[in-house]
Design a protein around this ligand. Structure first.
Ligand SMILES: O=C1O[C@H](COP(=O)(O)O)[C@@H](O)[C@H](O)[C@H]1O
Length: 167
């Protein structure tokens, strides 16, 4: 990866997996805050958040993105940049994740979905098909001052209408 995108090693922040999820989230947020303080990462002008150039997300079968799962309280986190969960519905149970305010502060957000098993989640995320839509985390990805792009293969896009693809 470093050969394709010239990332300075000190700009790559790893998760500390030798501590609890709560501590790992605190540590990770601390490191990101240092990068913002030293202007390695831009600060958002409209929120108390980093403004990443790109947040790259993969869509889960259940519509989750990052480790933000449907109906999980982590979706409501507005203060922390990084939060933790210990009850992920899919393994591993303990995870840390950027929160929605951070994701939605990015300059660009890309959501990737590949394969037929993502087709229903894609439909729920981008179309208006009833109350189930409301709990889909991918639907809550709405950059405030940035660009959102979906990358779908043909199978993941199976359930969409042509009009969805134009929007
Ligand atoms: O929970 C996760 O899910 C996503 C999507 O995984 P998939 O197997 O449904 O394609 C994955 O990108 C992520 O690494 C994982 O933590």
């Amino acid at each position: 990866m470093n050969e394709i995108v010239p990332i300075v090693p000190s700009h790559a922040v790893s998760i500390n997996d030798s501590v609890s999820a709560e501590e790992a989230a605190d540590d990770y947020e601390f490191l990101i805050r240092q990068l913002v303080r030293t202007r390695v990462v831009k600060a958002s002008q409209i929120s108390d958040c980093p403004k990443f150039d790109l947040v790259l997300l993969e869509l889960g079968n259940d519509g989750h993105v990052a480790s933000l799962f449907p109906n999980h309280p982590a979706l409501n986190e507005r203060e922390e940049w990084v939060t933790f969960i210990t009850d992920s519905p899919i393994p591993p149970p303990e995870r840390i994740t950027f929160t929605l305010p951070v994701i939605n502060s990015a300059s660009n957000v890309a959501v990737v979905a590949e394969g037929e098993n993502k087709a229903h989640a894609v439909l729920l995320a981008v179309d208006e098909i009833g109350p189930d839509c409301l709990s889909i985390p991918a639907r809550m990805v709405q950059p405030a001052n940035g660009k959102l792009v979906w990358f779908l293969d043909r199978l993941a896009a199976t359930n969409l209408e042509v009009s969805d693809l134009k929007n």
